[in-house]
Ligand binder design. Structure first.
Ligand SMILES: [Zn+2]
Length: 195
């Protein structure tokens, strides 16, 4: 039987996605062998995660009310790339090919349930209030991602904003998160206007 604190940590790790009990045991053993200093750094960073919040404007992860991308005057504030979650922002930022801002929906529309937490009404508000010139629909090329884009296109059309969709080349069913930088950068450059 493991000591109590060891057991408690195994339980913590097992609660994480894709970590089974055996994997959790190995992680705890790994940490046990680390230096006091490393563990201190690890636990402080863990606590700091709760100082993060969602950007009040684009709903990306942020250290303050407004994220660094929204606050950057060098970014094109009139072009908004609409993505499903903050990890997609990270993938697109990695390409260095995009200089506009974002809007994080927080998920997708599904056929079975209505999700009121999606930041869709906020997007409409932003377009009107900020005089947005172009909306790039960059949901994942999955059935639900496509369905969400189609819905947004229909709703956004009357607002008179230019609407584009990432170019093909991204493999169907895959997540933006796993697309390589070159493919993603080309998909951005080859984006097509939806009329
Ligand atoms: Zn932001």
């Amino acid at each position: 039987m493991y000591p109590k604190s060891f057991q408690k940590l195994i339980k913590n790790f097992s609660s994480l996605p894709s970590i089974g009990p055996k994997h959790a045991e190995r992680l705890v053993l790994f940490l046990f062998k680390k230096s006091q200093e490393d563990i201190k750094d690890f636990s402080e960073n863990l606590l700091d995660i709760k100082n993060l919040q969602f950007c009040k404007r684009c709903h990306n992860i942020s250290e303050g009310d407004i994220c660094q991308i929204c606050a950057n005057a060098k970014r094109d504030q009139k072009t908004v790339c609409v993505v499903e979650d903050p990890l997609d922002v990270i993938s697109i930022e990695r390409t260095h090919a995009y200089h506009g801002v974002y809007h994080v929906l927080g998920g997708v529309i599904t056929a079975t349930e209505k999700d009121d937490s999606l930041k869709i009404p906020d997007l409409f508000e932003r377009i009107k209030k900020e005089g947005i010139a172009e909306i790039i629909l960059a949901t994942n090329p999955t059935t639900e991602g496509d369905m969400t884009s189609l819905y947004l296109k229909r709703k956004l059309h009357p607002l008179g904003v230019k609407i584009t969709r990432l170019g093909r080349g991204l493999s169907t069913g895959a997540d933006l998160e796993y697309a390589d930088e070159l493919t993603l950068s080309e998909a951005l450059t080859n984006r097509k206007e939806l009329l």
